[in-house]
Structure formats: C-alpha cells, structure tokens
Design a protein around this ligand. Structure first.
Ligand code: COA
Length: 146
C-alpha cells in the first residue's frame, strides 16, 4: 500500500465497516517500519482489497482487512491473509493473531479455513455496538515465507 492507493482503500473501507478507519489512520500506517500494509489490485489497476498487518517482538497482528463488496468470494481475502502470513514469516514472526466480531461469520469462515484456532473472547471489545470479539491465532512457520 502506498499513498496513491488511499482513495481506493477508503472507498472499500467506508463500504465495509460500521466504524471505518480514517484516511489519516491508513496514512500514518504507511510510515511505520513494523507495519506491512498490502493491497490487492485488479486488472485495470484498481484497488480491490487490502490488509494491514503489524509484526513486533516475534508476533504478527492482523488489524484490518477488507475486499471490495463487488469482488468478494473470489479468493482475494484468502490471498491477502496468505500475504500477511508470508510477510510475517519473513519478518521472523511465529504467530498471527486477530480479533473478529462474533457476528462476522464470513470472516470467521475465512480464518477457520486457513488454520486459525480459537483463543478466547474479548467481552464488549467493539465500542460502537458493544459486540464481543473472537480472538483467533495461527502459527507461522518458516515455510510460510514463500
Ligand atoms: C471477510 C472478507 C475480507 C473475505 O474476503 P473474500 O475475498 O470474500 O474472501 P475469499 O473469497 O478469499 O473467501 C475465502 C473463504 O472464506 C469463506 N467466506 C468468505 N465469504 C463468505 C461468505 N459470505 N459466506 C460464507 N463463507 C464465506 C469461505 O470459506 C471462502 O471460501 P470459498 O469461497 O472457497 O467457500 C470480506 O467478506 C470482507 O471484506 N468483509 C467486510 C470486512 C470484514 O469483515 N473484514 C474482516 C474483519 S475481521
């Protein structure tokens, strides 16, 4: 992800989340050396999805991921998670963890199909609705780097 991608990223962000990240949050992330934000690009050069993943102290955290509503169910989300895992592996990470809303069944199916396991529940984690978060994690191996 680079600055010129942010218009496309924001359009997807605002159509995907009840409480979207601001443009400034993404812009700030571009400057962090422990972050590896990634975009998926369509054949015409348009942004079709993105993910934000941080790696620190040997662990990675998937903070944000979304795919354009018209481009879902074509494997883009899976490819983005796989790329985060690969980047985490190259940065020396052994674990990728994330939080997902209890009611977000699509995302939970995606993570479940990729080997994430249940770690626990964070009660009322999402302040906009008071919804609980499911905490998931997946081991990262050296072989995931490729
Ligand atoms: C979650 C999200 C990123 C998935 O992106 P995607 O490109 O549609 O996902 P993929 O096509 O790679 O799907 C991979 C698997 O996830 C599961 N899945 C994804 N969407 C699903 C849906 N609507 N219903 C059931 N299963 C679904 C399926 O197992 C799917 O594999 P299959 O298509 O072979 O059955 C997308 O739905 C999205 O942007 N949602 C809004 C933002 C969001 O909720 N982000 C996650 C926050 S934690």
């Amino acid at each position: 992800m680079e600055s010129p991608d942010l218009d496309g990223v924001m359009a997807i962000e605002e159509s995907s989340f009840l409480t979207p990240w601001s443009r400034g949050m993404f812009a700030e992330d571009l400057g962090r050396d422990f972050s590896a934000p990634v975009v998926a690009v369509g054949e015409g050069g348009e942004i079709v999805g993105y993910a934000v993943c941080w790696t620190a102290a040997g662990e990675s955290h998937l903070l944000n991921i979304a795919v354009h509503p018209a481009r879902r169910r074509r494997g883009i989300g899976r490819a983005l998670v796989r790329e985060c895992i690969a980047r985490g592996a190259r940065a020396g990470s052994s674990l990728l963890h994330l939080e997902v809303r209890v009611g977000n069944e699509e995302a939970q199916r995606l993570y479940g199909s990729m080997g994430f396991r249940f770690l626990g529940i964070r009660k009322r984690y999402y302040t906009d609705t008071g919804e609980d978060a499911v905490l998931l994690a997946r081991e990262i191996r050296e072989s995931d780097a490729h």
